[in-house]
Design a protein around this ligand. Sequence first.
Ligand code: CP
Ligand code: NVA
Length: 315
Amino acid sequence: MKHFLKETDFALHEIPEVFAIARNCKAQRGRHVPPTLDGQSWALIFSKSSTRTRVSFEVGIRELGGHSLFLNQNDIQLGRGESIADTTRVLSRYLHGLVVRTFDHADVEALAKYGSVPVINALTDFLHPCQIYADAFTLAERWSRETGDFLASLKGKKIAFLGDCACNVANSWILGANLFGMKVALAGPSQYAPGEGIRALLGDEGFAADAFTFTEDPREAVRGADVVYTDVWVSMGKEDEMRDRTAALKPYSVTAELFGEAKDDALFMHCLPAYVGYEVSQEVLDSSRSIVFDQAENRLHMQKAILSVLGSPRS
Ligand code: CP
Ligand code: NVA
């Protein structure tokens, strides 16, 4: 049974097919696309808020001919203490797949372990792989215009990630950059440096545990970057730390001045939602080099590709 819990759950040889399906979904949207989820029912089990992920999955499942059920964790018995193992065994009897947004990454692993249907990680505290696949697609779309070679256009490019370098999106970019052949330079305060978990995962996936750079100097990370990426300073579940985080992360705000240290044609990315005046200035967010809404749109096309592969009878 194939799952998508982390970027490396698709083997290197499978990734070109996933990206090709996403390109086809984008090009063919509104026209006839094979209904690869025809007759299928998928549940979205969410324990956290979501705009992009929820809507793009619900629309994507519908456009592939399937049906989706949105289950807030607190509306099902999981929220009252029914075990993950029992929940997933029961849901596997009704459904064709699960899309899960939760806190503890071990919970999506347990859902995958005990169930008998594909599980897609729609964000945990540790990783956000759907985001990084859509982001890589967004960059390849731009850069392959010059070379014509879609995924190869990512190779050797430098992404600078600023802010909370221990968050899910940072971790996923560390893994994703290695997978796609990019260089990743992170900058943030030392207390928000990449943790042991991502180093261990890099090692498990066959990469060097230090296959990224981390500095407390934002300029050093941004210098020569092809992409400057940031995320919220206060991730979901960390609201109690808002005051400390806002104070410590202030020097890592992506202002026009800091963005100016990157390459002249560098792109600005943010997974959204954005908090203007905190991790990014309005000027950078609205600039012609900001591609945040392309990223958001591509969540739909990439997730349709992931669903198509995982939902097909052969997977
Ligand atoms: N980027 C992202 O996952 O957005 P949502 O939290 O709105 O789903
Ligand atoms: N790091 C953020 C990502 C939101 C899409 C969070 O977990 O809240």
